[in-house]
Ligand binder design. Structure first.
Ligand code: DUC
Ligand code: ZN
Ligand code: ZN
Length: 465
């Protein structure tokens, strides 16, 4: 049998281990894993590692961000950067604009994505309203239509839900078998600390971090887990930043609860001191939860190594720095409160984890594949089509050169932001080719071809990760 494409001689990371073999691709799917395969196109991948294409299940693209504020990435630039960083699927969040229903928001967001994506995409929902139409009609209908995961916030005016509301939303998730993702920070505590900081003249970017200290996240993590226990649903705690919140997850699991957890590159490489950089530069690092102290890094690493963290995502939430529609928003230099919240990272997530995890000897290639692709596919209803190199799956494959050592540089990246928080951060290992359903969409740092990404309908979450 002659395949459309054969990837020859790579070290292939499959569900059952790592082996040197050929990957035969036909009609966009993996048809054969073996040796001596023949193909119309043969990609010599000797010396390279073939990993499942990255799935970044936590990105923000073209998300409404308040009056006059604009996210730095639309679907064109966001998915271009994702593909160049070794990803083949991203899951952005669909947030209704004020006055928009969830259904209207989904329709509008689908239009924005249509024809513009260099990776496949699928949307999580953000539930910010709990009126009878949203919870009784729209949300159940959308879940049944394949939007099988949604995020709720415990912070941010206009987004934060009360405990009662969270329980109401969780009840829908239980009925419809959907995944609830929680942003766990205590809004009242943050507001108290922010008001006090402002009264005391502590208004620079650094005070974004001091007004969202660890107990704010630890308490909300505990409460979110308790609410899920009361509602009788699994949940995913997203962007966990510190050891105490991690302990809450470990304790909940020991009690038999189904709690999944996600962490991100910023929580193993950045610190709150980055928000204290000269002038206004600290604004480049403002994200929530904020980066902590370096003492927290080994605690997050322990969680990654011990399996507490199922997911390693970027939480790519890009704004331009030199832009009044971005980090330099009106009032941002007067108070950290007005600095748009989020950092770019979809293109650097995988190289940072590969370097700090695999090359540093903390992670096996198999575990790297699990927390960067396979678990994302399982938890969010994309498996077995996505997330693993196996016969019958989509041929979403990233070829890695484990010998490349280089500093991360903004000038080499493809996102819409005008900076990277990891400027100068040295990594070993870089994706050199990204293959989406059998077609090369990035080679040697260059995006290739017209956008061929499609929207992915999803099935129910697999809670057995
Ligand atoms: N939460 C996110 O998930 N992303 C960016 C900002 C935030 O608060
Ligand atoms: Zn969040
Ligand atoms: Zn996010």
């Amino acid at each position: 049998m002659t395949h459309d494409t054969v990837i020859a001689g790579a070290r292939v990371v499959t569900a059952s281990g790592t082996t040197i073999c050929d990957i035969g691709i036909t009609q966009g799917q993996i048809a054969t894993l073996g040796s001596g395969l023949t193909g119309t196109e043969v990609i010599d991948a000797t010396g390279l590692i073939a990993l499942p294409g990255g799935i970044d299940s936590h990105v923000h693209i073209s998300q409404p961000s308040g009056p006059g504020i604009e996210m730095a990435d639309d679907f064109i630039s966001g998915t271009r950067a994702a593909a160049c960083g070794g990803n083949t699927t991203v899951l952005p969040f669909c947030l209704p604009e004020d006055g928009q229903t969830l259904r209207e928001a989904v329709a509008a967001y689908r239009k924005k994505a249509e024809g513009n994506c260099m990776t496949d995409v699928s949307f999580h929902l953000i539930v910010k309203q709990t009126d009878p139409v949203t919870l009784g009609q729209d949300l159940p209908a959308l879940i049944q239509a394949g939007y099988t995961s949604f995020k709720v916030f415990m912070t941010y005016a206009g987004l934060a839900l009360s405990d009662r509301q969270i329980l109401e939303v969780m009840a829908v998730a239980k009925e419809q078998n959907a995944m609830v993702m929680v942003h766990a920070e205590n809004e009242d505590a943050i507001e108290f600390l922010r008001d006090r900081a402002e009264r005391e003249g502590e208004t620079g970017p650094y005070h974004h971090a001091t007004t969202r200290p660890v107990p704010v996240e630890r308490e909300a993590t505990h409460r979110a887990i308790s609410l899920a226990e009361i509602a009788g649903v699994p949940l995913t705690i997203v962007h966990v930043s510190n050891g105490e919140a991690t302990e809450e997850i470990v304790r909940a699991r020991a009690r038999g609860l189904t709690v999944f957890a996600e962490t991100c590159p910023q929580y193993i490489t950045l610190t709150a001191s980055d928000l204290d950089r000269d002038g206004f530069d600290g604004a480049k690092y403002v994200c929530s939860p904020p980066p902590r102290t370096a003492d927290e890094w080994p605690k997050i690493w322990a969680g990654i190594e011990q399996g507490t963290f199922d997911l390693f995502s970027s939480d790519h939430c890009p704004f331009r720095f030199n832009d009044t529609a971005g980090k330099d928003a009106p009032g941002a230099r007067k108070s950290f409160r007005n600095i748009p919240n989020g950092i770019p990272g979809v293109e650097t997530r995988l190289p940072i984890l590969f370097s700090e995890g695999v090359v540093a000897g903390r992670l096996s290639l198999e575990r790297f594949a699990a927390i960067t692709a396979t678990n994302h596919a399982r938890l969010y209803g994309l498996y077995p089509r996505k997330g693993a190199i196996m016969v019958g799956a989509d041929a979403d494959i990233t070829l890695w050169d484990p010998t490349i050592t280089k500093p991360i540089r903004q000038e080499d990246l493809h996102h819409g932001s005008d900076y990277t928080p990891w400027e100068g951060f040295e990594v070993t290992g870089w994706p050199v080719r990204t293959i989406l359903r059998g077609r090369t969409v990035m080679q040697n740092g260059n995006p290739l071809g017209a956008p061929m990404g499609t929207y992915l309908e999803r099935t129910a979450p697999d809670m057995q990760v």
